[in-house]
Design a protein around this ligand. Structure first.
Ligand code: GRF
Length: 187
């Protein structure tokens, strides 16, 4: 199996990064994690890159043209898939246009519902019956690209924000790998 070189973008805990690194060790999983990009020097997730000897780049998003620096790294390492896994910075239109390969994102709601931030608080406020996670292609509008995989669970009346987060993340660890397999199934 030809494994596609993949870059994971993170900003925080990195549990999806950890999960994808583990999956990539499987013989028939279609990616290798070749690079990690992070916009937060304090992100815990960086330790998974370090532990697994995966090159990583901590980007200062305050400097001009920081995206050019990222693009250069992606080209250098022949990256053909970007997975946004809890990356909190919005990817610019210019970046999307200049990276001609695939970019996918994981979002903790059933899109198109609850795009953007603070999803769990909003889900509770709206008294939703069910929620879940979505993996989708990234386009120029926030959380709006074509949906690849969704996973659903029913909300318990006692669930608080942290329950919703835990239940959603559990689903994410299956949803992201499934979406990656789907993305490459016919290519
Ligand atoms: C995930 O829950 C994802 O839905 C959201 O950010 C979170 C990242 O978590 N976009 P982690 O850093 O992978 O643990």
């Amino acid at each position: 199996m030809v494994k596609r070189n993949t870059c994971i973008f993170i900003s925080g805990k990195g549990s999806n990064l950890k999960n994808l690194i583990n999956k990539s060790r499987e013989y028939n999983f279609p990616i290798n994690v070749k690079l990690v990009i992070c916009d937060n020097i304090e992100a815990k997730g960086i330790m998974y890159a370090k532990k697994n000897s995966i090159p990583y780049l901590i980007i200062n998003t305050k400097i001009r043209n920081f995206e050019n620096k990222i693009i250069n790294e992606l080209l250098k390492r022949k990256i053909s898939l970007i997975c946004l896994a809890g990356y909190m910075k919005i990817i610019s239109k210019k970046f999307i246009q200049s990276f001609k390969r695939k970019i996918i994102n994981i979002h903790p709601s059933l899109l198109p519902k609850f795009k953007g931030l603070n999803t769990f608080a909003r889900i509770l406020k709206e008294k939703e019956v069910k929620t879940g996670c979505t993996v989708h292609f990234v386009n120029e509008k926030l959380d709006s690209g074509r949906i690849i995989v969704q996973k659903i669970f029913y909300i318990d009346k006692n669930d608080n924000i942290s329950d919703l987060k835990n239940k959603t993340q559990k689903l994410e660890y299956n949803a992201f790998p499934e979406a990656i397999i789907k993305v490459f199934r016919n290519s």
